[in-house]
Ligand binder design. Sequence first.
Ligand SMILES: [Zn+2]
Length: 272
Amino acid sequence: MWKTLTVGMQNFFYHPSLQILIDCGTGKDAVKKLLQQCDGVETLILSHAHADHYGGAVHFLKRNPCLIVAPSRERPFLIDPQLEPAILFGGWFPRQLASKWLLGPPNLPVQDLSTEKFPEVDFVELPGHTPALCGIRDGERLFVSDALFGPEILQKYPLLYHFDPLTALKTAKKLSAKASEFIPSHGTAGGKDLVEKNVACMEKAFERVENTVQRGKHPLEDVLSSVMEHIAPPTTLETYYLNRSALLGYVSALEREGHIKIALEGSQLVCY
Ligand SMILES: [Zn+2]
C-alpha cells in the first residue's frame, strides 16, 4: 500500500515493499527528512520536471543510489533544466529566474519511464500542468502531484501555474471519476471538493481574461497586467513570470477556441 509522506508543505508517495518513491523535493534538508521516512528506495519516479519535485535528486542519489525515471515527454526538461526558466521568460533568462525553484540540477541520470516495467503501479496520465505529468492511483486514492493544489495553496496563490491551462482544466474535470481522495504535492489532500475548488480557480481565470479582453482592443501586456493585478499581484520576478506564463496559456486557449483574437499592431500584440 502506498503511503503519503510529508516534508514541510510538500507531499510525496512511497511504496515500502516496492521501494518506489514519487518525487524527492528540492534541497539537502528536504531530501534528508524525506529519506528518514523511507525504508530504502530502489526507484525514484519523478512525476514531472519541475525543480521543486526533483531539485534535490543529486543529494538524494548520494544518500540513496537508485534508478531515476520520468515520463519521456518530461525528460527534455530534466536533461536540460535551463529550458524551464527560458520558457517562463520567453528567451534566455535573467539571474533572478535561476533559483532552486525554477532551475534544477544538470546531468541527472534520468531514464524514460516504461510503465510496463512497473506492473504493480497504477499510473494515471494527468497532462496540463506540464506536458506529461503522471499520477499514481492506489484504489480510491490518487496522488495527483501538481494536477491539483491544496485549498491553502489555492487561497495563497489563486493564479496557479499550469503550462497548458485548458488541458489542465480538462484533466481536473475528469478526476472525480478516477478516485475519491486526491493527494496533491502541495497542500492538504481532499475529496471531490478539492477537484471542484481547483476547477473553479481555473474557470475564474478564464473568465477574468475573457472579460478583460472583451472590454475592447488592448495590448496583450496590458491584459496580462490587469488580470494579474486582480487575481494575484506578483511579489517577485519568479511569481511575475509564473503568473505571466500561466496567463499566456489562458490567452492562447481562448484564442484557439475562437473566443478572442490576437493580432500584431505595429510592434505590439493586441487582443480583442
Ligand atoms: Zn509543478
